[in-house]
Design a protein around this ligand. Structure first.
Ligand code: HEM
Length: 404
């Protein structure tokens, strides 16, 4: 959440019984297993308040999270308060940090690039790249899955989308990692600056010499009769960079972490690859990786609790889609549950623009992993270390061992 990074006194409108001491970035409990930690927190109440990181609400109940997502005029997306980005980015990220009509105007520009029919043609190159990555370890005994697949794949997809040479994938992968997970303020600022310098140069090139790609369209787009300024193009391109790389990496890690501990699910997917889309929906329901943040624009009563203008709120997506009031055995991945809804991609006007692309990437990796490698499990000695920085939950490493 936003600075100050210190504890604050409990405001008068926060009932004492709703106060918890959860630190969503540093709690050892959360870093051991954020899903279990948030499930336990929800048992204390659907809405809690923490004095950590400047003081904020944590909304955990399914109905309350849904209501906040839908009530977007009251629960504003600015500032999103994502450390370290909130300290680094000087302007609003487009369209993520815009509200109301302003948000609609810019989102409309991007929507055609992310529709199912627009992203379907990318499937062949995603499949080819995934095949190439998996081939490099398919006959080995072990692999560190995050570095081998989860991190490099989304970089290549981003480069494809932006019409950039695929040889730059490693550089982009490294920049994302340093920006969001280096744990060092200097490294994070340096990586962010590298991305910005690169994008500024690219935007200038596309303005002079447009190509058939997303960035050229943005560079030459017109909103309300005015061409987008170079800053507006940059604010959009930078958001796409952070929105589409780290998220897919983290989601892949979390999905394969579950599969490594559930050989029976791997078996089901191997025997019936047609069930992969249903399995993915359940995995997304049980393991949302992004808890979006909001700031109140007016006083509002949510779930019987009074929020005040200016309050900061974390929408605990994972706790919401594992709410026992909505699902029996909520933390169990059940292929034939039917009618499940996930908060993994958010809801309401800011619902993830890249969800079709993300699902396509995840589905292809699942298909090729069950096709190309034998049963896998967590390697002996593997320790699941989680990170929650950048408001994206993920695993630093995922060491898998194949059963031969
Ligand atoms: C598994 C992968 C992904 C997950 C879990 C994810 C999750 C989310 C969530 C929860 C939001 C809503 C944030 C909010 O309500 O404040 C969001 C928004 C967004 N996502 Fe994704 N995302 C993923 C992949 C992608 C990809 C691949 C792209 C595009 C390259 C993308 C682009 C965006 C954009 C542009 C927004 C902002 C939409 C708006 O404000 O209107 N995402 N994402």
């Amino acid at each position: 959440m936003s600075s100050p990074i210190t504890d604050v006194p409990i405001p008068a409108h926060v009932p004492a019984e709703l106060v918890c001491d959860t630190d969503i970035v540093n709690d050892p409990d959360l870093l051991a297993d954020p899903y279990a930690a948030f499930d336990r927190l929800r048992e204390k109440g659907n809405i809690l308040w923490s004095p950590k990181l400047g003081g904020h609400w944590i909304v955990l109940g399914a109905h309350e999270v849904r209501e906040a997502f839908q009530k977007a005029d009251t629960f504003s997306n600015y500032p999103t308060g994502i450390p370290p980005l909130n300290e680094f980015w000087p302007r609003k990220l487009i369209p993520q940090e815009l509200d109301g009509d302003d948000h609609k105007r810019y989102r409309r520009l991007l929507t055609p690039f992310f529709s199912p029919s627009a992203i379907r043609p990318m499937a062949d190159s995603i499949r080819a790249r995934t095949h190439e990555l998996i081939s490099q370890f398919a006959d080995r005994d072990e692999v560190e899955f995050v570095d081998a697949v989860a991190r490099p794949l989304p970089s290549t997809v981003f480069l494809d989308l932006f019409g950039l040479p695929l040889e730059q994938a490693d550089v982009f992968t490294d920049w994302t990692y340093q920006l969001l997970h280096s744990g060092s303020h200097e490294k994070s600022a340096e990586a962010g600056q590298n991305v910005v310098t690169y994008l500024i140069e690219l935007i200038a090139q596309r303005r002079q010499d447009p190509k058939d790609d997303l960035l050229s369209t943005l560079t030459n787009a017109v909103v309300d009769g005015e061409p987008l300024t170079p800053d507006e193009v940059l604010d959009t391109a930078f958001l796409l960079f952070i929105a589409g790389l780290d998220t897919v990496t983290s989601q892949l890690g979390v999905v394969f972490h579950h599969l490594a501990q559930h050989p029976e699910l791997q078996q089901q997917l191997r025997e019936d690859p047609e069930s992969i889309p249903a399995a993915l929906e359940e995995l997304l329901r049980v393991y949302p990786i992004v808890p979006p943040a909001r700031t109140l624009t007016e006083d509002y009563t949510l779930g019987g609790v009074e929020f005040k203008t200016g309050d900061t709120v974390l929408l605990a997506a994972s706790a919401a889609s594992r709410d026992p009031e909505v699902y029996d055995n909520p933390d169990v991945v059940e292929l034939h549950r039917g009618g499940s809804w996930t908060t993994a991609f958010g809801m309401g006007p800011h619902r993830c623009l890249g969800s079709h692309l993300a699902r396509q990437e995840l589905t292809i990796v699942l298909e090729l992993m069950v096709e190309m490698v034998p049963e896998f499990e967590l390697a002996p000695g593997h320790e699941s270390k989680w990170h929650t920085a950048g408001n994206v939950w993920g695993l630093d490493k995922l060491q898998l061992r194949f059963k031969k």
